[in-house]
Design a protein around this ligand. Structure first.
Ligand code: AMP
Length: 536
């Protein structure tokens, strides 16, 4: 954790679609959500580039139809994306902390309308046009623009400088994605006190609001947003302490996927009715995507809706009806995936579904009736908690944590112990000589282990090997090439034993702030080396 700065302390939910900021007001003993310059409590996570300026938030959203191809944002008007999985900003959120050469980046790139090139340190750069000139931005620079906008709104509202922040990230973000988000905060001028998982923040908000009945509770937070899906399984104790048992979800699943299936359905309808293909026309697709997103939201409260767009393409008006049933059918595989992930999260947390006291819904897409029904069925008819204000809950939890970390609430600082888990497995690369496999991941700390933690494992060097190279990886791939390399170090001048190899004890320690220390020691000689990997 960093040192406290001198100004006010806030919490920000840096959402895929919208961002929201809150501040803990000690005198009122509650969080105040901070409105933007338009008086709205949520601000579009959107950045636009035009001939004269860079627009962020509401300003970017207001000009979308005039400048769709240079608007980077999260809720889908961005056009040629149809057929792709999501919109630009969520892609930016997904891109953050990735390496250009990662297979997922290349898979996503095939469907992106914007140019992504290999930037410095092998990271992706997004190419846009500003004032008639080509400009390149790292994903974290675009996120920083949104964070800076939120900072300015808070300073305006509070009438004071804002320095310290707690920022939320999807639970499934990897180490490097967290690092990049922290960097975005720093570029925006913040002292980033801590990053916190989005569902954990929601649980803090829920826990703090509902701790009146003084008993321990197991809470499953189901957060299905615009671009990402997060699940957290937590135990909240009567003193307000939070113990995250497991996290799960999917970084590539959310409301925008449902929009895309609807758009693709409409493209087919248009072809059938008018024998014309609109899939190559960015403006038509932008308008269709807006209409589909609205139709999707309508279908959460009505069973039949219509999409009507004047002069959609070649002067043709497009009109069609969509039933809730059709929407559910088009997206059934996505919905099944959500429930499967809930099951996996419970088994990771070693909890039976009957032991879950509350299922808390967060995220706009958790309003979809089919998703709610499937969850209720999974939990044997349990009533879901829908009362959280999803738009504000995550920022609210981040602001509560920010207030406590900053010591504004000294008397409460101790009673909110936050035990988190590590979202992805951590391990080292090994060659399995017996089965002739090279570069396999040997897991030392499995995903969903509670942190802080320390785990030791014995490895043997190859015969006659004088130097052991320890490469630390994060991820669930069997082969290390499918995982993320966090760092490497070596132990040289090994004293070989009678078998010609050397026994090494490798120890992985994660502290409460998510800092990973990996050390290796040769058992016979006491020779030792280590590496520290900063998580947040
Ligand atoms: P969030 O990231 O939590 O703000 O969620 C945004 C996503 O929720 C977007 O994909 C929205 O289209 C979707 N959404 C918002 N309200 C509804 C609703 N009533 N029914 C279905 N999806 C919704």
């Amino acid at each position: 954790m960093s040192q406290r700065g001198k100004g006010a302390v806030i919490g920000i939910d840096l959402g895929t679609t919208y961002s929201c900021a809150g501040v803990w007001i000690p005198k009122k003993n509650r969080v105040e959500i901070i409105p933007n310059e338009q008086g709205n409590k949520i601000t579009p996570s959107m950045v636009a580039f035009n001939d004269t300026e860079v627009l962020v938030g509401e300003g970017a959203k207001n000009q979308i139809s005039r400048n769709p191809t240079n608007t980077i944002y999260g809720n889908g008007n961005n056009i040629t994306l149809i057929g792709s999985e999501s919109s630009k900003f969520s892609d930016v959120k997904r891109l953050i902390g990735s390496k250009f050469d990662e297979p997922q980046v290349h898979k996503d790139m095939e469907s992106w309308p914007f140019k992504v090139i290999k930037g410095p340190s092998e990271k992706p750069s997004i190419v846009v046009e500003l004032k008639g000139e080509e400009k390149k931005f790292a994903p974290e620079e675009l996120s920083a623009m949104v964070l800076k906008k939120m900072k300015e709104a808070c300073e305006e509202f509070l009438g004071t400088e804002v320095t310290d922040v707690v920022i939320t990230v999807p639970a499934y973000f990897s180490n490097s994605q967290r690092e990049a988000t922290k960097k975005a905060g720093i570029i925006a001028g913040f002292n980033v006190m801590r990053l916190i998982n989005e569902p954990t923040a929601a649980a803090i908000a829920y826990g703090v609001d509902n701790m009146t009945d003084y008993k321990d509770k197991n809470i499953l937070v189901f957060d299905l947003g615009g671009g990402t899906f997060d699940i957290s399984l937590l135990k909240v104790d009567k003193t307000g302490g939070i113990d995250v048992k497991a996290v799960g979800g999917d970084t590539h699943l959310g409301g925008e996927d449902f929009d895309v299936t609807l758009v693709n359905h409409c493209i087919k309808e248009f072809k059938k009715k008018h024998n014309d293909d609109i899939s190559g026309n960015p403006k038509a697709l932008a308008r269709l995507k807006v209409a589909c997103e609205k139709a999707k939201r309508d279908l959460s409260s009505t069973t039949l809706t219509s999409i009507e767009i004047d002069c959609l393409y070649n002067g043709i008006e497009f009109s069609t009806k969509i039933s809730r049933g059709k929407f559910e059918e088009l997206n059934s595989s996505f919905f099944d995936k959500c429930i499967q992930q809930v099951g996996r999260c419970l088994s990771d947390g070693k909890m039976q579904k009957e032991e879950v006291d509350e299922v808390v819904l967060v995220g706009g897409s958790s309003r979809i009736p089919k998703v709610q029904r499937m969850l209720e069925d999974f939990f044997n008819g349990k009533k879901l908690c829908k009362s959280m204000n999803g738009d504000e809950a995550i920022a609210c939890g981040a602001a509560i944590l920010a207030g406590r970390l900053s010591g504004f609430e000294k008397e409460k600082k101790q009673d909110m112990v936050l035990l988190d888990v590590t979202p992805l497995s951590l391990g080292i690369a090994v060659d399995i000589v017996e089965i002739g496999e090279k570069d396999c991941m040997s897991v030392v700390i499995p995903r969903n282990s509670s942190i802080p933690t320390s785990v030791k494992k014995i490895f043997y060097s190859q015969v006659n090997q004088r130097t052991a190279r320890i490469s630390v990886y994060q991820g669930e791939g069997v082969k290390v090439k499918d995982n993320i390399l966090l760092g490497k170090f070596s132990l040289s001048s090994l004293t070989l034993g009678s078998n010609g190899d050397s026994e090494l004890e490798v120890c992985f320690t994660i502290d409460v702030n998510g800092i990973l220390l990996v050390s290796a020691e040769e058992m016979s000689s006491g020779l030792r080396n280590s590496i520290t990997i900063t998580k947040i």
